[in-house]
Design a protein around this ligand. Structure first.
Ligand SMILES: Cc1cc2nc3c(=O)[nH]c(=O)nc-3n(C[C@H](O)[C@H](O)[C@H](O)COP(=O)(O)O)c2cc1C
Ligand code: SF4
Ligand code: SF4
Length: 300
């Protein structure tokens, strides 16, 4: 739906800047959004490829990130329980979009992205971005090595390139419709938020259930350490987006765990593991329940 606008167009002095901004525990979100940003910069003549903002490390979420009408931000998060990861909400609500264009992108583990994309789109719009294109891609499920194993793969990455090409075409069209590249943000605003799948009001967080239909609570589950295997290399310390593995005790999880599985999958020794019966049951149910390959969904 279109929107009424008033006021004079903002004059853009600087070239457009394409960049990726993302949270990514096991790297699948990062892989897609950085590739999309690379391609966008190539496709838009005069655009530069600006530095990415990886807000996976907790220290990157301690500050306010501000943008302006020259920015095009490919903004990615993984789907957690059918939604935007709730631990990120306070940080996301500090973003200052400043009229930047945004491409919301979510990565999900072949079950469903439910309301994650619509939630991300609306947060970005509320924070002053104009969303022009959006997508849901599939990444190897954080909990598993078999569910969507190795994704995003070559086929997904070809689709990501195509997505960037189509988004660039739309952005060029918006600029032409506004009759001036300087009026891009206004044209995007006039066009309204990109339409995506999902429900409003947002549905509750997806809850895993046992065979009797009782909810499985994995909130307090954390990976355990096999001390005999651990070399104290510290990789898990820097991998943890919650800062829950301290340098003084690598491998030992003593804070909040969102089960992103970054530490477990990045540990070169295989020293971290989950043994909670509810978690293992849920992981197996997902592997058995969603064996068929899902394909990325693009919204332009
Ligand atoms: C706690 C948790 C909940 C998840 N919930 C869902 C879900 O509801 N639907 C789904 O398809 N994938 C779900 N996933 C899988 C991730 O969305 C998927 O593996 C994604 O590619 C991970 O992105 P990353 O590699 O950037 O961390 C969940 C992962 C975690 C850690
Ligand atoms: S990444 Fe693995 S081996 Fe390295 S400190 Fe952590 S648990 Fe130990
Ligand atoms: S401790 Fe939990 S939150 Fe931290 S990296 Fe490991 S799985 Fe992710």
């Amino acid at each position: 739906m279109g929107r009424e606008i008033t006021g004079a167009p903002v004059q853009r002095q600087r070239p457009l800047r394409a960049r990726a901004m993302f949270f990514s525990g096991t790297g699948t979100t990062e892989k897609v959004v950085t590739a999309v940003a690379d391609r966008l910069a190539e496709e838009l003549s005069g655009a530069v490829r600006a530095e990415d903002i990886d807000f996976t490390p907790p220290a990157r979420r301690d500050r306010v990130w501000s943008f302006d009408g020259a920015d095009i931000v490919v903004f990615g998060v993984p789907v957690i329980a059918g939604r935007v990861p709730n631990v990120l909400l306070p940080f996301l609500r500090t973003l200052e979009g400043g009229g930047a264009l945004a491409l919301p992108v979510v990565l999900y583990g072949n079950r469903n992205f439910d309301d994650a994309l619509i939630e991300l789109r609306d947060i970005l719009e509320e924070r002053g971005f104009h969303t022009v294109a959006a997508a849901a891609f599939i990444g190897e499920h954080s909990f598993s090595r078999v569910l969507a194993a190795g994704r995003p793969d070559e086929r997904d990455m070809a689709i990501a390139e195509g997505f960037a090409r189509q988004a660039a075409e739309k952005i060029r069209g918006l600029a032409e419709a506004a009759n001036s590249a300087d009026a891009l943000a206004e044209a995007a605003y006039r066009a309204g938020p990109v339409g995506v799948d999902g429900m409003q009001p947002l549905r509750p967080y997806y809850t895993p259930r046992d065979r009797q239909g009782n909810p499985i609570n994995i909130l307090k589950v954390k990976p355990k350490l096999d001390e005999a295997k651990c070399t104290k290399c510290g990789i898990c310390v820097s991998a943890c987006p919650m800062g829950s593995i301290k340098e003084e005790a690598p491998g030992v999880v003593d804070g909040i765990c969102i089960k992103c599985c970054g530490c477990e999958k990045k540990c070169p020794e295989g020293a971290l593991y989950f043994d909670d019966p509810g978690y293992l049951y849920h992981k197996e149910e997902l592997e058995l329940g969603y064996p068929d390959r899902k394909e990325p969904t693009l919204f332009l």
